[in-house]
Design a protein around this ligand. Structure first.
Ligand code: SF4
Length: 291
């Protein structure tokens, strides 16, 4: 059962542009997500173990966006809108509601650029509108001499191993399917990349795995790669540990050490991850991050 809800706002304006994803705004047509990834950070604060049960569609999203975007456009506040920053905008119910598609049409009309973050094959349905946005959107002034694209399409993965993905991203398309979908986006002329966020400590974060991930992204046509660490807190942390206990019980002590104080691995872990990611990107001839 999908709950239909009315919300007060649909477009969130950030105080500061996201330095990785370049978005000034974010927009999420749904609440919760049927892909139900074990590590999903949105579960951490409010959703339970099965997000399928609390899935909601924001039925007044189009009316709200129709009100908000012209106002922003008149003031010349064009900036990247991140779509799917905290839910999957192309999850299965989108086939029925077609809400993301309707929102994209409004975005096209007011000429805002978009950064799409997805794991879904359904995005291929909307490449027609995304192509128009890529041609017609207005980039923020300070990005005009740095970017030639008004649509960025990023696929997120946490591992290349389909068995591991089945455990940690049970409802999402397989890693291979995501990479193949990205390849199709690339063949259609889009600027695309892979966000290996989060890599899973002791499961998909070894140097060999990272190098393979970067190389694979390049082989499938990615223009850029992001690599980021896992965040665990609240309900999400308890759920993740439960899954670990079931499939990788020997790793629990390592995780308890790594996440003993903070929600993320310590700075040393994060610095090494970034250093290695940059090193492998340079070796494979692919950009680390977008700019
Ligand atoms: S696809 Fe994204 S939003 Fe959906 S459960 Fe996975 S991490 Fe969360």
């Amino acid at each position: 059962m999908v709950k239909e809800i009315f919300v007060k706002s649909i477009l969130n304006k950030h105080k500061v542009r996201d330095s990785w994803f370049l978005d000034d705004y974010s927009l999420n047509p749904y609440e919760a997500c049927a892909f139900n990834c074990v590590f999903c950070y949105i579960r951490g604060s409010k959703y339970g173990e099965n997000m399928q049960k609390v899935l909601s569609v924001k039925v007044n999203a189009c009316q709200l966006l129709e009100r908000e975007l012209p106002r922003r456009a008149r003031k010349g506040e064009h900036g990247f809108i991140a779509i799917s920053s905290s839910t999957e905008a192309w999850q299965p119910i989108e086939e029925k509601y077609r809400l993301t598609r309707k929102l994209l049409r409004i975005i096209l009309h007011y000429r805002f650029p978009v950064h799409v973050l997805t794991k879904s094959k359904l995005i291929l349905r909307d490449l027609d509108i995304l192509k128009e946005i890529d041609k017609k959107a207005i980039l923020p002034k300070d990005l005009r001499n740095k970017l030639n694209h008004s649509v960025l399409i990023t696929f997120s993965l946490s591992t290349l191993d389909s068995k591991v993905a089945k455990i940690f991203e049970p409802g999402a398309p397989t890693p291979r399917e995501r990479l193949e979908t990205m390849q199709k986006c690339k063949e259609n002329g889009f600027f695309t990349g892979v966000a290996y966020i989060p890599v899973l400590p002791f499961i998909s974060d070894s140097d060999e795995q990272l190098e393979e991930m970067v190389k694979t992204a390049k082989d499938y046509g990615a223009d850029y790669v992001f690599v980021g660490a896992l965040t665990l807190f609240g309900i999400g942390k308890r759920f993740y540990y439960k899954v670990l206990d079931r499939y990788f019980p020997n790793l629990l002590p390592n995780y308890r050490r790594l996440f003993r104080i903070f929600n993320q691995p310590n700075k040393e872990y994060q610095r090494k991850l970034e250093r290695k990611a940059m090193e492998f990107c340079e070796k494979c001839g692919i950009k680390y991050k977008i700019l």
